[in-house]
Write a new protein. Structure first.
Length: 293
């Protein structure tokens, strides 16, 4: 999946406005596509899961967190938030530092999943994303008078995450939600070593810390990339992640398995779900006040 055109990738790699295109933009007719349940606006980078709930196609990347920090800096400049609050939202540098540079700020890692963030930091990110998407959508697509569309981003429950990870498959037959675990090219010459996996997990060859881009491997049946492996994903239950990661064995990456965590780590990331509803009140911008909630 190509989140941005090549031209936009080059532009936003330097100006840190990626989330406006990958997670918020475009505010076009694509937002009004029909879902299997209702005619609801579809949040960008998301697919319908159930009822009025949508889920991110990919894990949240460093590029997206950079845009969050960019908005926070604006909040500091407006005296809406303190410098200490901004500092508290910066991912753990001891986790994000590599020989090549910082995972968050180095251009080479823009499209890798963000790590080094805590459960509390993710809650703040979701509140911010809710405020920005709700504002931008209602500016571009006014609802009937006296109403507005509300987008509420949050972490998925365990049940919601498992439904998304299954991709419509029977988990008893496909415990990882995937029909194929390995990349098999019938046109490639026969070789002695096993084919490359389609999941970033800890196999016998994994010896070092490695993350893949958020769209590195093909999606599951719902169009979701890397629900399994790469980084384990936080759920709404603090301390419980799902899906396994680059440091977990194949058995630990099964949909029914869980990963416990207590602090931010280099194998732990997240993706959001979003509840969409039409609210029977006029819209009033909350972008400059949501920090105080």
């Amino acid at each position: 999946m190509n989140l941005l055109s090549n031209k936009k990738k080059r532009a936003f790699a330097s100006c840190r406005a990626g989330i406006l295109w990958a997670l918020v933009w475009p505010l076009t007719s694509l937002w009004a596509q029909n879902t299997p349940a209702k005619n609801l606006p579809t949040p960008p980078n998301m697919v319908w899961l159930q009822d009025s709930l949508f889920v991110d196609k990919t894990e949240i990347a460093n590029l997206h967190w950079l845009e969050y920090l960019h908005y926070l800096k604006q909040g500091v400049a407006k005296n809406l938030i303190t410098q200490n609050f901004y500092n508290d939202q910066v991912p753990d540098s001891s986790i994000c530092q590599t020989k090549r540079g910082n995972l968050i700020t180095h251009p080479a890692y823009r499209y890798q999943p963000v790590v080094g963030v805590s459960f509390a930091q993710v809650q703040n990110f979701c509140r911010w994303r809710s405020a920005v998407v709700t504002e931008l959508y209602n500016q571009k697509n006014p609802a009937p008078e006296g109403t507005h569309w509300e987008f509420t981003f949050r972490l998925p429950t365990i049940e919601e995450w498992e439904k998304a990870a299954k991709g419509g498959l029977d988990v008893s037959l496909y415990p990882h939600g995937l029909k194929r675990w390995y990349k098999i090219d019938p046109e490639a010459p026969v070789r002695m070593r096993p084919p490359d996996p389609l999941v970033n997990y800890r196999n016998h060859k994994s010896k070092v810390f490695t993350l893949k881009k958020i769209d590195e491997y093909p999606p599951n049946g719902l169009g979701l990339h890397q629900m399994i492996g790469n980084v384990a994903e936080m759920t709404a239950t603090e301390g419980i992640a799902k899906g396994g990661s680059w440091r977990h064995r194949k058995e630990g990456c099964k949909i029914r398995r869980q990963q416990r965590y207590f602090i931010a780590d280099n194998w732990l990331g997240f993706r959001c779900v979003c509840e969409v509803k039409l609210v029977n009140t006029p819209y009033h911008s909350t972008r400059d006040v949501f920090w105080f909630r």
